[in-house]
Design a protein around this ligand. Structure first.
Ligand SMILES: Cc1cc2nc3c(=O)[nH]c(=O)nc-3n(C[C@H](O)[C@H](O)[C@H](O)COP(=O)(O)OP(=O)(O)OC[C@H]3O[C@@H](n4cnc5c(N)ncnc54)[C@H](O)[C@@H]3O)c2cc1C
Ligand SMILES: NC(=O)c1ccc[n+]([C@@H]2O[C@H](COP(=O)([O-])OP(=O)(O)OC[C@H]3O[C@@H](n4cnc5c(N)ncnc54)[C@H](O)[C@@H]3O)[C@@H](O)[C@H]2O)c1
Length: 470
């Protein structure tokens, strides 16, 4: 159905955000009247400006890095040229039609769905019906019996940058730059910084990573974060303990950054990657009696219900994990709970016990479960094993000198508590540990209860399991 005009529409369900929220209406909702509000791109962050395009760029960067590192295998390859516009065209030539197709499907081919291509906010409840009143930036009003808030998050820009007026990029536009910058500063030292530092550096940009703290990716297990920081310093110009004190524009579009100590830095492009703020603060939630958590999220119970009856929330706007597989999981839970009904006594619950993540940088990093420090803080009696990639056969094949697989398990029970992997294919190698943790397999069962293909790289995980003194 096409976007409607100015009269108030009444619907059974309103969905704010067409990222994970857009997956809610399936054939089970065919008899439900639905309004979808999307101010930006259909498919949301992951599809358009997050997970998927970044990994497509990372793949190109991996190829370039492999060519540069090939001499150690007796293969003398070179990167002669990087055709940045061709890389951009490959990525968005695939993604943009999917965005357009997803929008067209909802707008033209879903009889029960009305799409509002606009920002929307709550405006209290309708007195006569008790329905939630939602008002778009275009002045349209929709009355909804139930609402799903799936509004995601946006880049948090530090005041020193925002107030200075300097030009800067975020994940939303940096993948569409017309040309590769010669010099780029990346402010922040988390996931987005680590992935884009690899992409731009491998493709030929001189990258400077600017970290406030001493360690990059410091939320990870300390051994992994320390090791990654050391590797990063060999690959990129890394400024640790370097809060930016001032920023100014240079003629020609560049930026000059100043620090409390150390030389100023002049670059052609600045990428801001300093965390993402949930979008709940832009929804006028106070008009329906909702307030945010201290860290800016819409509070929900384990079933996805807010404290406003009929209003649910999922994904980056409410979740403690800003990850697409978590948003997808929460979307499925809320979707099923919508069908069961707000008061059903068999509502499904979010499962946040073992949330894994991977950083697609160079080398890759993957993590699930407790860090060693968290396990010790909890007073658990633990065994820790750090297994080098270089000590298994495939690691020899790769001439690997950096990869490690660190496992943490509970002594006595053999319960696997955490896995932290830095090295090639880490995002795939970690998957069987995620499975073991979910299904309650112990370290010994996992190590000896199955075959491990020889001499494949997951033998690093097998050896780590066998090395645990549980
Ligand atoms: C660069 C980058 C790389 C990433 N890589 C990975 C990865 O490799 N793996 C991973 O698991 N996660 C990754 N993530 C995180 C992942 O993208 C998010 O966790 C996920 O997309 C969140 O989904 P969501 O549905 O909650 O929000 P979103 O997909 O952000 O959807 C929210 C939608 O709501 C719309 N919206 C917001 N407010 C309003 C309003 N008031 N009115 C109308 N519309 C509104 C927005 O325009 C947006 O389209 C990455 C994120 C970034 C930024
Ligand atoms: N592969 C993946 O799964 C993937 C990839 C990218 C993003 N993401 C998700 O998106 C989220 C956001 O990514 P991100 O990298 O922006 O956030 P992040 O939380 O991973 O890292 C933010 C970094 O910015 C730093 N920082 C904050 N304020 C700063 C300031 N004023 N000056 C300098 N540094 C500052 C923090 O210390 C931290 O190092 C991630 O937490 C992750 O959940 C996931």
């Amino acid at each position: 159905m096409t976007t409607v005009g100015t009269t108030a529409q009444s619907v059974d369900l309103a969905i704010i955000g067409a990222g994970s929220g857009n997956s809610i209406p399936d054939e089970r909702f065919d008899a439900t009247s639905i309004a979808i509000f999307e101010e930006g791109l259909f498919g949301g962050t992951c599809m358009n400006v997050g997970c998927i395009p970044t990994k497509m760029f990372v793949y190109a960067a991996d190829i370039a890095a492999a060519a540069r590192e090939s001499a150690k295998y007796g293969v003398h390859a070179r990167v002669d040229d990087v055709d940045w516009p061709a890389i951009v065209a490959r990525v968005f030539g695939r993604i943009d039609p999917i965005e357009a197709g997803g929008r067209e499907y909802r707008v033209d081919r879903c009889e029960n769905v009305t799409v509002y291509a606009s920002h929307v906010v709550f405006d209290g409840r309708d007195e006569a019906t008790g329905r939630y009143r939602l008002v778009t930036a275009n002045g349209e009003t929709v009355l909804a019996t139930e609402v799903v808030i799936a509004a995601g998050a946006r880049t948090a820009v530090p005041d020193v940058i925002a107030d200075s007026g300097v030009p800067f990029h975020t994940n939303a536009d940096v993948m569409r730059l017309p040309e590769l910058p010669e010099r780029m500063a990346i402010l922040g030292s988390g996931y987005i910084s680590a992935e884009f530092a690899h992409v731009f550096s491998a493709l030929g940009t001189r990258v400077t990573v600017i970290a406030r703290s001493d360690t990059l990716l410091r939320a990870l297990d300390a051994d992994i974060a320390d090791r990654f920081t050391a590797i990063a310093e060999q690959q990129w110009d890394v400024r640790r303990n370097s809060p930016v004190t001032a920023a100014s524009s240079l003629p020609g579009g560049g930026v000059r950054l100043e620090f409390a100590s150390g030389d100023p830095l002049e670059v052609d492009a600045l990428l801001v990657a300093t965390g993402r703020t949930p979008n709940g603060d832009r929804l006028a939630l106070e008009t329906v009696g909702l307030s945010l958590t201290d860290d800016g999220r819409v509070p929900v119970d384990e079933h996805g219900r807010t404290s406003a009856r009929g209003v649910w929330a999922l994904g980056d706007v409410s979740s403690p994990y800003q990850l697409k597989h978590v948003a997808n999981h929460e979307q499925r839970v809320v979707q099923n709970n919508l069908l069961k009904g707000w008061d059903a006594d068999d509502l499904e619950s979010f499962d946040h016990r073992f949330v894994p993540a991977a950083v697609f940088t160079h080398p890759q990093i993957a993590t699930v479960g407790l860090t060693e420090a968290q396990a010790r803080e909890q007073g658990l009696d633990i065994a820790v094993k750090v297994q080098n990639y270089g000590d298994v056969a495939y690691g020899w094949a790769m001439e690997d000198t950096v990869g490690v697989c660190k496992l943490i398990a509970e002594r006595g029970t053999g319960r696997i508590l955490g896995a932290h992997i830095l090295g090639a294919q880490a995002s795939s190698i970690v998957q069987p540990v995620i499975q073991a943790m979910h299904f309650g397999q112990t370290a010994h069962e996992m190590a000896r209860g199955q075959y491990w293909i020889h001499p494949a790289l997951p033998e690093v995980l097998e050896n780590a399991l066998l090395g645990l003194d549980v």
